[in-house]
Design a protein around this ligand. Structure first.
Ligand SMILES: N[C@@H](CCC(=O)N[C@@H](CS)C(=O)NCC(=O)O)C(=O)O
Length: 339
């Protein structure tokens, strides 16, 4: 008797798992919509930024285009939903977006308590401070008593509280929901300091009246591993997101670029063959065609190319690879092998 009840319970569990899996087939939804709905920021140069005609560019935008290329062989099959920091997780939970690709920090609470899964880190960052040069401050440790502008709904508020408490310093927080409100307030002198992810400071500095009048202080006060997020319960979709980034990393490591990807199709290197689908069936393992990674690289290039194009030393943000270099170049970016 006991055994039967157990098996009924087990049966129910299996059924509900199957039903959950069926309703969580994001890839099927995306295919029937014929596009990926990608949650991005409301405008952060270098990461996700629209121009006057509504054309989006940036590292996070390129990631969305890469996912569309992997699925459809067409990077234009993506639609962007601009989201404030506060709105972003609800938009993903409710199914308004298929993936959130928006300078979002991977933390334990976000990864466990929200029904969401972080996938990879496409940009290792840390929180920093920006001040006017004429404030005469060279270190964050000189900021006691400062008023500090930031965004609500972000990791920044807790980091500031921890840092100032740990260093016995006072501060006054001035927080806004929209990033452009923070920029405007700081630009207008309503606060002495602007704090957010260091990449965000380099990006937002470009929007100030006189960007050259401001410096980013050397201290990094937190770990901000940024990356794309999906809903829990759809392993295939999570795999597609993870392997999109890993394919771009492997391509860079193997010297496969947007310009040479066609030539590379006849490479004898087994790693290149598996990446580009001339050997093995790796695309099928994630529900995609065997040319999934070829399509990504053809459309947006490898990781280093998207980094350089959007935020690298030759862009207005002028960020060096630093910890975002490949693992064999002294950095943290490490693509697990395709095999
Ligand atoms: N990485 C942090 C901060 C993310 C964040 O929202 N930063 C602001 C300031 S850089 C931003 O993205 N603003 C751009 C926007 O909202 O469009 C987090 O995940 O909480």
């Amino acid at each position: 008797m006991k055994r039967r009840i157990l098996s009924v319970i087990a049966g129910t569990a299996v059924l509900s798992l199957a039903a959950g899996a069926a309703s969580a087939a994001t890839l099927d939804d995306v295919k029937s919509k014929d596009s990926v709905q990608c949650g991005v920021s409301q405008g952060l140069p270098g990461f996700s930024n629209p121009d006057q005609d509504g054309n989006w560019t940036g590292l996070d935008v390129d990631f969305c285009r890469a996912v569309a290329a992997a699925i459809f062989g067409d990077p234009s099959k993506v639609k962007f939903t601009p989201l404030s920091a506060k709105e972003r997780f609800t938009a993903l939970q409710s199914g308004d977006v298929d993936v959130l690709s928006r300078n979002t920090t991977w933390t334990m609470s976000r990864d466990t308590a929200l029904g969401l899964n972080f996938s990879v880190v496409n940009y290792y960052d840390g929180q920093g401070f920006m001040v006017r040069k004429d404030l005469g401050v060279n270190s964050a440790l000189e900021l006691s008593g400062a008023s500090i502008c930031t965004n609500t709904g972000t990791t920044t508020e807790l980091n500031v509280a921890d840092y100032f408490r740990a260093n016995n310093m006072e501060y006054e927080l001035v927080a806004f929901e929209k990033a452009d409100e923070v920029v405007a307030a700081y630009d207008a002198g309503r606060c002495d300091v602007y704090t957010t992810d260091q990449s965000g400071l380099y990006a937002q500095r470009l929007k100030l009246t006189d960007p050259g009048a401001h410096i980013v202080l050397p201290e990094i006060i937190s770990k901000e591993p940024l990356g794309p997020v999906v809903r829990q319960g759809d392993d295939q979709w999570l795999n597609i997101i993870k392997w999109t980034h890993f394919a771009m990393l492997n391509a860079e490591e193997l010297g496969v670029t947007q310009a040479n990807v066609d030539e590379m199709k006849s490479s004898d290197n087994p790693s290149v063959k598996r990446l580009l689908g001339t050997e093995g069936e790796f695309g099928g393992a994630i529900g995609l065609g065997n040319d999934w990674a070829y399509n990504i690289i053809k459309a947006v290039g490898n990781y280093g190319e998207t980094f350089d194009r959007n935020v690298g030393p030759d862009t207005p943000l002028a960020i060096s690879r630093g910890v975002n270099a490949q693992w064999n170049q002294g950095g943290l970016q490490y693509g697990p092998p395709i095999r």
